[in-house]
Write a protein that binds this ligand. Structure first.
Ligand code: 5GP
Length: 215
């Protein structure tokens, strides 16, 4: 056995923020740079935005289909956000974790609370804050994916969402995109090195001890 063949326990990395704080761009970059982490794909009852692909950005489902999945206990967590329902399908997440790989979640504070209740040991949560409320508004408008009415609604919800920052393990103010990516990367790296997640370590150390005793 050598150092690189050791097993580790996968972790669940949650990024939450008010819409427009930059969490989607950060999570995309982290996925690109790390082969051992995949994005959880949520189911939602909201309509796809231009450019969004079913099965890649979300699984777009009807309210009836969503309710069926809730009663079939297919979700790891689920919540109503704005006027729509969102939920994390469990199966794929469990498969990835069992392979010793990590899963990243773009979910809100309600979902994060549920994961903390059900899987605290596997959870690492990060809250992303915008540098200012003016900047948040500017980012939401320049995205131009939503109507003005939706943007206004999201702005009014932002203060609400931000009030949950204390429930997270880490908090990052996203002023500089590259710096924020580096910070998330640093958290991921440190959390992967936590002793309890290095489940192959005991065997590795024991095998070295046996070898040294035999020499
Ligand atoms: P959007 O509609 O802009 O894609 O997402 C709106 C909000 O729903 C975001 O705050 C996002 O983090 C949250 N969200 C997306 N998927 C899930 C999910 O599966 N569970 C929960 N609890 N929130 C989600």
């Amino acid at each position: 056995m050598n150092e690189s063949s050791k097993k580790r326990r996968g972790l669940m990395l949650v990024l939450s923020s008010p819409s427009g704080a930059g969490k989607t761009a950060i999570s995309r970059r982290i996925i690109e740079e790390n082969p051992d982490i995949s994005m959880s794909i949520s189911a939602t009852t909201r309509a796809p935005r231009p450019g969004e692909v079913d099965g890649k950005d979300y699984f777009f489902v009807s309210k009836e289909a969503f309710e069926q999945k809730v009663s079939d206990k297919e979700f790891l967590e689920h919540a109503k956000v704005f006027d729509n329902y969102y939920g994390t399908p469990s199966k794929r997440v469990q498969n990835i974790l069992e392979r010793g790989e990590d899963v990243m979640f773009d979910i809100d504070w309600q979902g994060t609370q549920q994961l903390a209740e059900n899987a605290r040991d596997d959870l690492v949560s990060i809250f992303i804050l915008p540098p200012s409320i003016e900047e948040l508004e500017r980012r939401l408008f320049s995205r131009a994916q939503d109507t003005e009415e939706v943007v206004k609604k999201r702005m009014s919800k932002a203060a609400d969402e931000m009030s949950h920052w204390r429930e997270y393990d880490y908090v990052i103010v996203n002023k500089d995109f590259e710096k924020s990516v580096a910070r998330v990367q640093a958290i991921l790296c440190a959390e992967r090195l936590k002793r309890d997640r290095q489940i192959g370590m005991a065997e590795f150390v024991n095998s070295m001890r046996r070898q040294s005793e035999n020499e």
